[in-house]
Design a protein around this ligand. Structure first.
Ligand SMILES: Nc1ncnc2c1ncn2[C@@H]1O[C@H](COP(=O)(O)OP(=O)(O)OP(=O)(O)O)[C@@H](O)[C@H]1O
Ligand code: NI
Length: 307
């Protein structure tokens, strides 16, 4: 049984357009993925594809005007609002994309220590600070007294010593120097090898392939493919979805083949396959209806042409 199962998750936001007209903007639909204990699943997609919203939906921290559909299960049991509250910061931890998640009124050492569940909090915090090259006096500072890079390292320290069974890292390393990036990635791998499940969110396919076991590819708020990381190799022929292949072939070492056009915005989504307007394989049938997710060769894809 997977540690985390996201099954056909959808998210919509309600907003007022005009004075009294309440409209619903569908931003995620058909999000499907799972994470097993001991495994790193990378979530890849361009800006606005729904990566952070997926993380927030799992943690139960979506804004108040959001409504959700589909199912999220943790340990085989549905993640209700009450369970999300009980597990958040304990069994399920987040390295948030924004450093604004730190409590501005609390010294950072105390914040990191409060996430330690087993062992000596001070010892654990100091070991984590040493690992991420944060000087000891940093523990007495408030978040506004940290540089952006230091704040990110504090967030990574906090999540990695939480002892969480599921760790969701939302772009954990942008702007950090290569040694710290390597340390973070190495530690995520170690946490997974010790039994945690990791959801590693990134828009950098190349860097996540170094550590991920599987990759989920997002496009315009939908999961288009879930594939073993090893399928991203050679000319990408083992990949199932044309968008995954396009991402792979756009990398410099794979020919730098550009993909023209842009991802559609929520509220302006095409009727059929969301990728059809940019897809070289698209046929009339692709525009007719949204393709379902199909199990294919140890992975899955949402494309009627995939084999
Ligand atoms: N509170 C909100 N109200 C309305 N739309 C929102 C809200 N939050 C996010 N969205 C929209 O939902 C979509 C997905 O956003 P999300 O933040 O999940 O993208 P992302 O993949 O994490 O992007 P990035 O790589 O830039 O972090 C975007 O189109 C975004 O504009
Ligand atoms: Ni994001």
């Amino acid at each position: 049984m997977p540690l985390l199962e996201v099954d056909d998750l959808s998210v919509a936001f309600a907003s007022y357009t005009g004075r009294f007209k309440l409209t619903k903007l569908q931003v995620l639909q058909g999000m499907t993925l799972d994470v097993n204990s001991g495994e790193i699943v990378a979530v890849i997609g361009s800006s606005g594809s729904g990566k952070s919203l997926l993380a927030h939906a799992i943690l139960g921290i979506l804004p108040g005007n959001a409504s959700t559909g589909g199912k999220i299960r943790f340990d085989g049991e549905e993640l209700t609002t009450r369970r999300q509250q009980a597990l958040r910061g304990k069994d399920i931890a987040l390295v948030p994309q924004s450093v604004g998640y730190l409590d501005p009124l609390m010294r950072v050492g105390a914040q990191v220590r409060s996430s330690v569940r087993a062992g000596d909090p001070l010892g654990e915090q100091r070991a984590a600070f040493a690992r991420y090259r944060l000087a000891q006096d940093v523990e007495r500072r408030y978040p506004h007294q940290l540089s952006g890079g230091m704040a990110r390292r504090v967030l990574v320290s906090m999540a990695t010593i939480s002892g969480a069974r599921l760790l969701i890292a939302d772009e954990p390393t942008p702007g950090l120097d290569p040694a710290i990036v390597q340390e973070t990635v190495r530690q995520l791998r170690e946490l997974a090898d010790n039994g945690a499940g990791i959801l590693l969110i990134s828009h950098d396919l190349e860097s996540v392939l170094q550590v991920a076991d599987r990759v989920a590819v997002f496009y315009a708020g939908t999961t288009v493919e879930v594939a073993p990381a090893a399928d991203f190799s050679q000319d990408g022929a083992r990949l199932r979805h044309p968008y995954s292949r396009a991402l792979w072939r756009a990398l410099p070492q794979n020919g730098f083949e550009p993909l023209h056009g842009g991802q559609p915005q929520p509220g302006e989504l095409p009727a059929g396959c969301l990728f059809a307007p940019r897809c070289s394989l698209a046929t009339a049938a692709c525009g007719a209806e949204r393709p379902v997710m199909r199990e294919l060769r140890n992975g899955k894809a949402r494309c009627i042409h995939a084999t």
